[in-house]
Write a protein that binds this ligand. Structure first.
Ligand SMILES: *[C@@H]1O[C@H](CO)[C@@H](O)[C@H](O)[C@H]1NC(C)=O
Ligand SMILES: *[C@@H]1O[C@H](CO)[C@@H](O)[C@H](O)[C@H]1NC(C)=O
Ligand SMILES: *[C@@H]1O[C@H](CO)[C@@H](O)[C@H](O)[C@H]1NC(C)=O
Ligand SMILES: *[C@@H]1O[C@H](CO)[C@@H](O)[C@H](O)[C@H]1NC(C)=O
Ligand SMILES: *[C@@H]1O[C@H](CO)[C@@H](O)[C@H](O)[C@H]1NC(C)=O
Ligand SMILES: *[C@@H]1O[C@H](CO)[C@@H](O)[C@H](O)[C@H]1NC(C)=O
Ligand SMILES: *[C@@H]1O[C@H](CO)[C@@H](O)[C@H](O)[C@H]1NC(C)=O
Ligand SMILES: *[C@@H]1O[C@H](CO)[C@@H](O)[C@H](O)[C@H]1NC(C)=O
Ligand SMILES: *[C@@H]1O[C@H](CO)[C@@H](O)[C@H](O)[C@H]1NC(C)=O
Ligand SMILES: *[C@@H]1O[C@H](CO)[C@@H](O)[C@H](O)[C@H]1NC(C)=O
Ligand SMILES: *[C@@H]1O[C@H](CO)[C@@H](O)[C@H](O)[C@H]1NC(C)=O
Length: 721
């Protein structure tokens, strides 16, 4: 079963969601491959109807960008053979147009690389499409096709399935959708990105869609809808209702009592019930999936849960981003007939009991059925010995609790386990080959911040699918762990602060070149940086606090975060910095000498640069206008020419007057130039050009009275340090 819909957090902000997304991507890819292999409608029927082909070609003309060439097959006479198009083999009319793209704003290029997903189409939806009068299914989800949802969509009288989810639309939801009286499936999930989501104050048109079985309006702003229950309650055939994050603040006391076929009820991320779930929810006996995560509910877990005896999935969790619930104590004793429970998320509540008290409430009839369990952030105590009886688990999230004791050897029986997340507990003892050898399905193992000793030798061959391995602050050393060599997938490794006192093995740079995130910081690792980072696809490379030597090579394009602070790097910075996408470069406390190269001017995405405590000399480069980032209009906007927010250069031997370069760094909030050899005074232009400064440590005397009049955001100012 798919994981219950959770919160689409900003991808980088939750690795759990990210990893799950990754899994979906893989599944989705398989689905595409299978679909592509299946035979198309017979071409023998004389191709497609000319007027419909013209309509599709007009649609294609509206696509301004197609990065993955998804419409490359849209050539020639027979439009029934074009990808995403299906015709009726009886009438020849186009009946399906499906160009769905599952992952829109997923801004992590590594996922695209690993999962081979499609990129969105960009452009607009041509109104010529309405000529496809027989169209039954239209799915354009995940593509970026215009700013608002077109009203002409209301003309597709035959539509049964309409999916326009995650298309970046904003503005009002067109009430013309109410004309689609045959609709069974409607997904218009909006998305919060860099503009407000779609909204509507009136959803009475829903009542004109009596055949609807699936309705997802997640993230559409419904805060102005006076009574959302009444129109939704007319949809008596509804099986799936998802209204995640719709800013719904209230619900009528009558409830959705008319929805006698409802199996999935997802009202998460709304504060619609006050703190207590109303009784009508417990009378919805058909519900199998109940998601009330992040609804700011509190008190005890309700007894009414026991009335939903068909429940397969329950999410009463939360997260710090979308808000949480704060249920206290253990589960109710009424669950003894809830025998189909497979997914249970109670993360970020106030459970605070012994794990035994919680597991005892799960009826024995669910044992060997439970697949996903998330109890993270709950202050739960006790040990993990109960894991042995839960061999059906595929995902286990127990981080940020107070689990203690050893990882039981029985864990090796959990052959279906893909995700094991136990970080920030008090689990001690040893993890050895014996624990992990049976975990053939393992994809993510996150054990960081436990007093654990990890003794895995070369005879442990990590499962093929393993793509996240975190043992930060566990004890791995003193030898550099050899099993890392056999990791053959592509995401993250963290063995930071793990007592490694060893030479970096030769194979290391080869290995990490295919890993997106690497953290080996806070060890005593010796070795020399390679002559080049070229060909490496690493995005985040954290080597801080080790004993690495050598010169910093030119940086490759994928890198967005590099931290080699507190090492023994020497020699000058690279003449050609490279690193066009680098956002953070942290190199403080090394022995780097020479001056800061001119190529800094071309690092247009650099937000934080920390070169403090090195042997740098000379002046900062003077950037030429041609080196600075042109604005989209083609003219140069001085204020945005370098993106640096944090610039830390203290404890070097930089000299000259207060750097003119800073005139091009108007976003600076923290500037530290102290302990250098600067001369002169703070310039008068500082107030005009660096208005955002919050912390200024300059080492320079000022002829101005530096105050919040000159720099309105200033909080800390150290002139003489
Ligand atoms: C095509 O026709 C066959 C029977 O001739 C039918 O089974 C099949 O479902 C039809 N396909 C479509 C896409 O209508
Ligand atoms: C469109 O295709 C995708 C991927 O094959 C599939 O998951 C989705 O259900 C299809 N959409 C419709 C409306 O049939
Ligand atoms: C669609 O619905 C609107 C009301 O929401 C109505 O005014 C319009 O005539 C309808 N259009 C068609 C083509 O049925
Ligand atoms: C939702 O709509 C309300 C009322 O129109 C508005 O005040 C609020 O700012 C909107 N919320 C978002 C996130 O756009
Ligand atoms: C229940 O749904 C039917 C349509 O299926 C509708 O006629 C009726 O008014 C609804 N009842 C309530 C209480 O909403
Ligand atoms: C839930 O079940 C209990 C006992 O089984 C019953 O007394 C109660 O009325 C039920 N509640 C609802 C809302 O159906
Ligand atoms: C479930 O527990 C309730 C009381 O907690 C009890 O009345 C009922 O008989 C139990 N049902 C089963 C099937 O054990
Ligand atoms: C593991 O998964 C397979 C396939 O889904 C299933 O048949 C098997 O019962 C599962 N094993 C356990 C112990 O639940
Ligand atoms: C961690 O577990 C050990 C026993 O394994 C115990 O002595 C210690 O008090 C625990 N620490 C905390 C902070 O709970
Ligand atoms: C790298 O590991 C260190 C030590 O465990 C940790 O403090 C730091 O946050 C990690 N850095 C990143 C970017 O993950
Ligand atoms: C920089 O340091 C290297 C060795 O650490 C030394 O060979 C070189 O002469 C130094 N360059 C300058 C300009 O001081």
């Amino acid at each position: 079963m798919a994981r219950m819909a959770r919160t689409p957090v900003h991808p980088r902000s939750s690795s759990i969601v990210a990893a799950f997304t990754y899994l979906l991507l893989v599944l989705f890819r398989d689905a595409i491959t299978t679909a592509a292999a299946s035979p198309k409608a017979p071409a023998s029927t004389n191709g497609c109807i000319a007027a419909e082909r013209d309509a599709l070609l007009s649609f294609k003309a509206g696509i301004t960008r197609d990065p993955k060439k998804r419409l490359s097959s849209w050539l020639g006479e027979n439009c029934c053979q074009w990808s995403g198009v299906r015709c009726s083999n009886r009438t020849g009319h186009v009946i399906i147009l499906n160009l769905s793209n599952t992952y829109l704003y997923y801004d992590d290029p590594h996922y695209y690389k690993c999962a081979h997903v499609d990129f969105p189409l960009y452009g607009y939806i041509s109104s010529s499409l309405v000529s496809l009068r027989q169209l039954k299914r239209l799915d354009l989800s995940g593509n970026v096709l215009g700013e608002s949802m077109p009203e002409f969509l209301g003309s597709f009288q035959s539509l049964t399935h309409l999916n326009l989810a995650r298309m970046g639309f904003y503005g009002r939801v067109p009430h013309q959708l109410g004309n689609l009286s045959n609709l069974q499936f409607l997904d218009i999930t909006s998305e919060i990105y860099d503009h407000p989501p779609m909204h509507t104050a009136d959803i009475s048109w829903l009542a004109r869609l009596p055949s609807l079985k699936y309705l997802d309006m997640s993230y559409v702003n419904l805060s102005s809808v006076v009574d959302w229950v009444r129109p939704v309650n007319m949809l008596s055939r509804l099986e799936v209702l998802r209204l995640t994050g719709c800013w719904i603040m209230s619900s009528s006391s009558t409830g959705l009592t008319n929805l006698t076929s409802l199996e999935t009820l997802d009202l998460s991320e709304n504060t619609l019930f006050g703190t207590v779930i109303p009784n009508w929810v417990w009378s919805m006996k058909t519900v199998k999936m109940l998601n009330l995560a992040s609804c700011q509910l509190s008190g005890s877990f309700p007894d009414g849960l026991g009335n939903l005896t068909l429940l397969e999935g329950l999410n009463l969790g939360g997260d710090s981003y979308h808000g949480s619930n704060s249920f206290e104590g253990t589960l109710p004793s009424t669950l003894n007939n809830t025998c189909n429970l497979r997914v249970l998320y109670l993360n970020e509540n106030l459970i605070g009991v012994e794990i035994k008290d919680l597991m005892d409430k799960l009826p024995s009839c669910t044992w060997n059925k439970l697949e996903e369990l998330d109890l993270s952030y709950n202050d739960i105590t006790g040990n993990l010995d109960w894991l042995g009886s839960q061999t059906s688990l595929t995902s286990l999230y127990l981080s940020w609790n107070k689990f203690s004791g050893h990882l039981p050897l029985l864990i090796r029986e959990m052959a279906n386990l893909t995700t094991l997340i136990l970080h920030n507990n008090n689990i001690s003892g040893v993890i050895s080959n014996q624990h992990l050898s049976g975990l053939e399905s393992l994809e993510r193992i996150i054990m960081s911040y436990n007093p654990l000793k990890v003794v895995l030798d070369e005879s442990w061959s990590p499962p093929f699918g393993l793509f996240d391995v975190y043992f930060a602050s566990c004890q791995l050393g003193p030898e550099f762990p050899v099993w890392i060599k056999s990791l053959n997938n592509c995401y993250s490794i963290d063995v930071s602060s793990s007592g490694i006192k060893d030479e970096l093995p030769n194979w290391f740079w080869n290995l990490v070149s295919d890993v997106a995130n690497v953290n080996i910081s806070h060890n005593q690792i010796r070795g020399k940086l390679p002559d080049s980072f070229q060909g490496m696809s690493t995005e985040k490379l954290i080597l801080a606090s080790n004993q690495l030597t050598g010169r910093l090579p030119s940086l490759q394009e994928n890198l967005y975060y590099l931290d080699i602070s507190r090492n023994l790097l020497s020699g000058p910075l690279p003449f050609h910095f490279g690193g066009a996408n680098l956002g953070k470069l942290i190199l403080f406390s090394n022995h780097i000498n020479g001056s800061i190269p001119q190529s800094l001017c071309k690092m247009h995405n650099l937000g934080a640069l920390d070169l403090a405590d090195n042997f740098l000399v000379g002046e900062l480069p003077h950037c030429l206008p041609t080196e600075l980032k042109p604005s989209t209009g083609g003219s140069f906007i001085h204020s945005t020419s370098l993106n640096i927010h944090i610039l830390l250069l203290s404890k070097n031997q930089l000299s000259g007057e207060f750097p003119m370069l800073l005139q091009s760094c108007q976003s600076i909030t923290i500037l530290d130039l102290a302990w250098n050899k600067y001369s002169g005074k703070l310039p008068e232009w500082i107030g005009e050009k660096l208005p955002s400064i919050v912390i200024l440590l300059s080492g320079l005397i000022s002829s101005l009275v530096i105050s919040q009049v000159v720099l309105p955001n200033l909080i800390i100012c150290g002139i003489w340090i």
